[in-house]
Write a protein that binds this ligand. Sequence first.
Ligand SMILES: Cc1ncc(COP(=O)(O)OP(=O)(O)O)c(N)n1
Ligand SMILES: Cc1ncsc1CCOP(=O)(O)O
Ligand SMILES: [Mg+2]
Length: 211
Amino acid sequence: MEDPCRLYLVTPPVLPPGFADHLAAALDAGDVGCLQLRLKDAPRDAVQRAIEALMPIAQARDVAFLLNDDAALAAEMGCDGAHLGQQDGDHAGARRLLKGRILGITCHDNRHLAMQAGELGADYVAFGAFFPTTTKEATHRAPVELLEWWSEVFTVPSVAIGGITAANCGPLVRAGADFIAVVGAVWNHPEGPAAGVRAMNAAIAEAADGA
Ligand SMILES: Cc1ncc(COP(=O)(O)OP(=O)(O)O)c(N)n1
Ligand SMILES: Cc1ncsc1CCOP(=O)(O)O
Ligand SMILES: [Mg+2]
């Protein structure tokens, strides 16, 4: 049997006061495979403090803790890995630096980039954005068929990201995405992040049952 599709949680771009408690509640609400710390506008020392505060919360719950954009800091701070985009430095160097840790690479909507990432030894390839999103200015739009093609041909796991909600994730799960990555669907859920995790878990499970 194939591994089930799992939720991949990315932090909000700015962490609100009391975020550590919100994170603990979110992670205690259901299944989260991975947490990515993504603080695009924060200085390095603030990112370091956030890692120190949040990584133990994730790791205590067996949730892999990944850092966005900075493989060197991820290795230095003992993170479980890093997520790098196409503009985030030397992927081959990052692969060496993160030996034994997780390296994920953004591949947008591009098959060639995904095959390159796979050859380089990425632990997952990320495709997106699948839907409009207000979290990031996303210039690429990935089609669902990309996930189908990838999962039929390759064994490296895929992550789908961009505007994904409980209401629209079904086709991505059925197309073979290994992880569904979200920001807004959890952190902006009207009933709070724990409810957001529960809603995403339920939608993923329902889609997987029908796959
Ligand atoms: C899981 C996941 N997928 C894609 C991205 C986007 O990475 P990148 O293209 O480097 O853009 P930024 O996130 O750095 O703005 C991601 N962070 N996570
Ligand atoms: C980081 C990132 N990369 C592509 S879209 C995106 C933002 C995802 O956020 P949301 O789930 O709120 O659309
Ligand atoms: Mg990046």
